[in-house]
Design a protein around this ligand. Structure first.
Ligand SMILES: [Mn+2]
Length: 402
């Protein structure tokens, strides 16, 4: 049985005011083709399906269209877990409907997380025989793995959180083993573990980053399909504990390594993993040097796919607004988008015109969300989601009344 492991799609990402929609469209066409060519029977998506908790209708449509398109392939089982970016209620809303299509959603909703059996998914082969078990663990929120009490030091909280996560994986493994010890047992997860490298596009999700969370928490699993880190990587050189990474570059810090999906041959408990490189649907470049260097490098860029996105770092000592403007003027005729210009010697970032947001361009909801994010210490993700839902309700009421 072949299983495809991917994560961190971040559908709907707006990257420095630029949409990634075309890249996602092309990625999903490519992914469906790969699923057909590789004869994939199971698809695992380890969190961060969407970039924000309340994705746009276009982002939702992209997601549902892709899931629907797989119905004609041999991929008869799709397991999707929630990441730290995903809104629990957004993922959960179509859960029952998707169940009918053999698409299992494990969002991380607090009540359903208490019974570990809700996360255990049995995979049967074409002869209807049990052939693998997936422990579909989503992003483990603090409120799921730790009891809150007053007057705790941050190191107490960190060690409780660590133990909570460790025990969660241990209990889930035990539940799976009660079903069978003879088929591969695969865990999913959305977290950072020791022995990995991060890029600039992931948020820290745990207090103290849980530096001490060791890959030994996964002992006993035959494979661990992880999400959260956006670079493809093995955990502490272990072949069977892996991050698939995001399929598109979500920051300029990711441009120097290939994007991949992972294909598991899970015919027995000794799982073999193959990496498949995802094509670059759009090139991202980081160009640095003196003003003259930058201009000549920009002019040399060959455009083969979508309009390249570019970050520029000027190393000249004095950088004026005129210099910045002249870079834009020089590329005016070229099919390039400069997303950001940095001036390193002055140690400050010069925001491009594109990054200036007009109040007209942002919705009241967006402003409210920004305010919620600024008050993270008061609002955990679940409360934030509820508060935002209330705000939406108020807005709808105002619309109706006006
Ligand atoms: Mn992510």
């Amino acid at each position: 049985m072949k299983i495809l492991h991917t994560s961190d799609w971040h559908i709907g990402q707006i990257f420095k005011n630029h949409s990634r929609q075309e890249e996602h469209n092309q990625f999903f066409i490519w992914l469906k083709q790969t699923i057909i060519e590789q004869n994939i029977e199971v698809l695992l998506v380890a969190g961060d399906i969407f970039d924000v908790s309340n994705p746009s209708s276009l982002a939702l449509k992209t997601y549902y269209d892709f899931l629907t398109s797989l119905q004609t392939t041999n991929c008869k089982k799709i397991i999707i877990t929630g990441g730290n970016h995903d809104g629990i209620s957004t993922l959960d809303a179509p859960k029952e409907l998707l169940d009918i299509l053999n698409i299992n959603i494990i969002s991380g909703q607090r009540d359903s997380m208490q019974d570990k059996n809700n996360l255990i998914i049995e995979i049967n082969n074409s002869e209807n025989k049990l052939s693998a078990i997936v422990c579909a663990v989503p992003f483990l929120r603090d409120s799921v793995v730790r009891k809150n009490s007053a007057n705790q030091s941050s190191s107490d909280i960190e060690s409780q959180l660590k133990d909570g996560i460790k025990n969660y994986y241990k209990d889930t493994l035990e539940s799976a083993m009660r079903i069978s010890k003879n088929v591969p047992i695969i865990a999913m997860g959305h977290l950072t573990v020791m022995g990995t490298s991060s890029s600039k596009s992931e948020q820290d999700i745990y207090i103290g980053k849980l530096q001490s969370l060791n890959s030994s928490i996964f002992d006993g699993y035959d494979y661990v399909a992880l999400g959260h880190l956006h670079r493809t990587q093995k955990v502490a050189s272990n072949d069977t504990i892996r991050y698939s990474g995001s399929p598109i570059c979500l920051s300029f810090s990711e441009i120097n390594s290939d994007k991949k999906v992972l294909i598991l041959d899970a015919s027995n408990k000794n799982i073999i993993v193959n990496e498949i490189v995802v094509p670059r649907f759009r090139e991202l470049y980081h160009i640095k040097g003196s003003f003259d260097d930058i201009l000549s490098k920009l002019k040399m860029i060959k455009i083969s796919t979508l309009t390249p996105f570019i970050e520029v770092s000027i190393e000249d000592e004095f950088v004026t607004a005129e210099i910045i403007n002249s870079i834009y003027e020089e590329v005016n005729d070229l099919d390039l988008e400069i997303l950001q210009i940095n001036s390193q010697n002055r140690d400050r970032e010069i925001r491009t015109n594109y990054e200036v947001q007009k109040l007209d361009d942002i919705t009241p909801l967006k402003v409210f969300e920004i305010k919620c994010d600024e008050n993270k210490e008061l609002l955990d993700d679940e409360i934030k989601e509820k508060v935002i839902d209330c705000f939406k309700e108020i807005m709808e009421k105002i619309d109706e009344d006006s």
